[in-house]
Design a protein around this ligand. Structure first.
Ligand SMILES: *[C@@H]1O[C@H](CO)[C@@H](O)[C@H](O)[C@H]1NC(C)=O
Ligand SMILES: *[C@@H]1O[C@H](CO)[C@@H](O)[C@H](O)[C@H]1NC(C)=O
Length: 629
């Protein structure tokens, strides 16, 4: 990445900063608005926890660092700085936020990119902020409040102050402040909604596609779906939040899902009072019509038809199969083919959410990885790259799977009411894409530092000591023989993720007997969980080397239990050979070799029949032809 090379020295510092910012925003655009989120309530899970998940499908420049933001106290009159949210690396540089990984001295990009980020504005600070873990968005705090994000389209767009607009808050900063201040999901929603209204909200892009946002917000007892978009003036916001029924699951994949809104039903809805007045004034809604939030304020699916809806269907297919939802529809926004939420087919666990994030509709007619899907190649990869020269010359779209090659990270947040806050909250963190990752537990209530192999990572520097590059190496190598290699990957994922579940169980069983949980104990647990993260990373680095060995040059190389090495030719599957015209290649020659058994059999068949000499010659010739063709 070479953002600042062209703009240096002669321009003033402030101008460089603004140009840099603009470039960063622009570079973030093409891919940064595509994430899948899930949520389910406490009566929908096997252990009574509330679960939500997020995939950060942001692409090759996204900042993948997982860091811990410490709790802090502030004197009266203190201000909280609000920074722009470029999302590409480095998303923030400076010491003000108290996160060492963000110090300029730890920044791994170019010198020009690693200058301290200038604040866009300030709001009043609170006397005490809670600790939490964050990526580009806040993830979970020490009170088990969790957040998962998916960018949406909206009918209004706004620009941030840094780009000449009037809005102060991105969803990135809103989610951080919510985790700094809230001890439950409902308060987190109210904090974000009221700040967005007061100071203005801007989306990831200032076009309609990425102009609005969705957050799943959880605590140990409740799960909320929160939608927010700018108001038409660009100085405020429109927002609504609906509680997910305790016994249900909901899916947001880059498009709003909240339908009929009833703000008098305060047990299940929160929202800005302005929304229906604005909708009326803008001609989006009429008195007497259903107050359908999505129909009124969404700009529909972006990228292509089924870009959002297929993933919603795909998630319900796995989580609520009894709903038997249709994969097809007329218009996702206007026809509302999918419900706001649905009961799951069985009680869910974080692993069920992992399975969804690793899905490409396998086994259905939409599968990106199957026999006869030529786009996936001979070894049936579900990954489809895009955005190059070729795509600009040929119009079309790929099916959008849930599992995506360009996912920088994904996670599942789990909050448990049956455990104290220190031990109840778990972030199941997956570096790089879900199908190549291995989810590791991070416990925000007790971990005092984020493991370095998760917090010191930059897509601009190849570094196999980071979990990101370990998983990225494995998934990229998997492309040479995906149908085989995904089995090696899955086997390792399963065994290590089971070991991680056991580790969380052991930690919570042991330490939930102890109160209070001292810093010494927190150190102990931090060590245990960090050791696990390192072991998983090492296992994937080893897997990477093993895969290079095992599948080198199209062979399958093995050493049996007696130490004997063998190398078998794997070749290509028959369906693919047929599809690419293998049969039409150069013809075989009659080299006088002993014909194969099937030819002999065929020739003997000719001999058994009563044929003239001429007929006999035709018959035997057809035998040879049938085999060599
Ligand atoms: C809205 O919610 C209130 C309070 O729960 C309820 O009394 C009212 O009937 C609801 N209105 C509609 C249209 O459902
Ligand atoms: C995909 O589904 C097929 C059956 O339809 C199954 O044999 C295969 O193992 C699945 N692949 C993966 C990677 O889950």
């Amino acid at each position: 990445m070479c953002v600042a090379c062209n703009h240096t020295l002669s321009t003033s510092g402030a101008l460089i900063r603004i140009m840099l910012l603009q470039l960063l925003f622009m570079m973030a655009l093409p891919f940064s608005k595509a994430c899948t989120t899930l949520i389910c309530g406490s009566k929908a899970t096997a252990d009574g926890s509330v679960i939500a998940s997020h995939s950060s499908d942001g692409g090759g420049t996204l900042d993948p660092r997982l860091v811990r933001v410490p709790a802090r106290d502030y004197p009266g009159g203190a201000k909280r700085a609000v920074y722009p949210s470029p999302e590409v690396y480095p998303r923030y540089v400076g010491e003000e936020r108290g996160v060492e990984e963000y110090f300029a001295s730890n920044c791994m990009a170019s010198e020009a990119q690693c200058r301290d980020t200038a604040a866009m504005g300030y709001i009043d600070q609170v006397p005490h902020t809670f600790s939490y873990f964050e990526c580009t968005y806040g993830i979970m705090n020490e009170h088990q409040v969790g957040i998962a994000e998916s960018t949406c389209s909206g009918v209004f767009v706004a620009k941030p102050i840094a780009l000449g607009g009037k809005a102060l808050f991105s969803v990135d900063t809103l989610s951080q402040i919510a985790l700094e201040r809230a001890t439950n999901a409902r308060d987190a929603v109210k904090i974000m909604g009221s700040l967005a209204e007061e100071y203005g909200f801007y989306g990831e892009s200032d076009n309609f596609e990425g102009g609005a946002e969705n957050l799943m917000v959880t605590d140990p007892t409740e799960g909320w779906v929160f939608h927010v978009l700018p108001d038409p003036t660009g100085t405020s916001a429109i927002w609504v939040a609906q509680r997910v029924p305790d016994d249900a699951v909901a899916v947001v994949a880059n498009m709003f899902i909240i339908r009929e809104v009833n703000l008098s039903d305060t047990a299940n809805f929160l929202g800005s009072a302005n929304m229906w007045d604005i909708a009326l004034a803008e001609g989006l809604w009429k008195e007497g019509e259903v107050k359908d939030f999505t129909k009124t304020f969404s700009d529909g699916e972006y990228a292509h038809k089924y870009y959002s809806g297929r993933r919603v269907w795909g998630a319900y297919r796995l989580l609520s199969p009894q709903m038997n939802l249709s994969p097809e529809y007329g218009n996702l926004k206007d026809d509302a083919p999918y419900p706001f939420s649905a009961p799951p087919g069985r009680l869910l666990t974080p692993e069920d959410f992992m399975v969804v994030h690793r899905d490409w509709y396998n086994g259905t007619e939409y599968s990106l990885s199957a026999d006869n899907v030529l786009a996936g190649g001979a070894f049936e990869t579900p990954d489809r790259y895009s955005g190059g020269e070729g795509e600009s010359q040929v119009s079309g779209n790929w099916e959008r799977p849930i599992a995506l090659f360009r996912t920088a990270s994904s996670f599942i947040v789990q909050s448990k009411s049956y455990l104290p806050n220190e031990l109840g909250g778990v972030i199941w963190w997956g570096s790089h894409a879900p199908h190549g990752t291995c989810y590791v537990p991070i416990m925000p209530g007790v971990m005092l530092i984020s493991p370095a192999c998760l917090s010191h990572v930059y897509q601009g520097i190849y570094d196999l000591t980071t979990s990101f590059w370990a998983h990225r190496s494995v998934l990229n190598f998997a492309q040479i023989k995906f149908s085989n290699i995904i089995q090696d990957i899955s086997a390792l994922q399963k065994s290590l993720e089971m070991a991680s579940q056991q580790l969380v169980f052991d930690i919570t069983s042991k330490y939930s007997q102890i109160s209070p949980i001292s810093d010494v104990i927190k150190d102990e647990i931090t060590d245990l969980l960090t050791k696990n993260v390192l072991e998983v990373r090492d296992a994937f680095v080893s897997l990477f080397y093993e895969l290079v060995y095992k599948y080198a040059d199209g062979y399958i190389n093995t050493v049996n239990e007696k130490g004997v090495f063998s190398s078998s030719s794997a070749g290509y599957p028959a369906w693919w050979l047929e599809a690419v015209g293998y049969s039409d290649g150069p013809p075989s020659v009659d080299d006088g070799k002993v014909p194969p058994v099937s030819v002999k059999k065929c020739v003997m068949g000719c001999m058994d029949r009563e044929l003239s000499d001429a007929e006999y010659r035709v018959c035997t010739k057809s035998c040879v032809h049938a085999v060599t063709k």
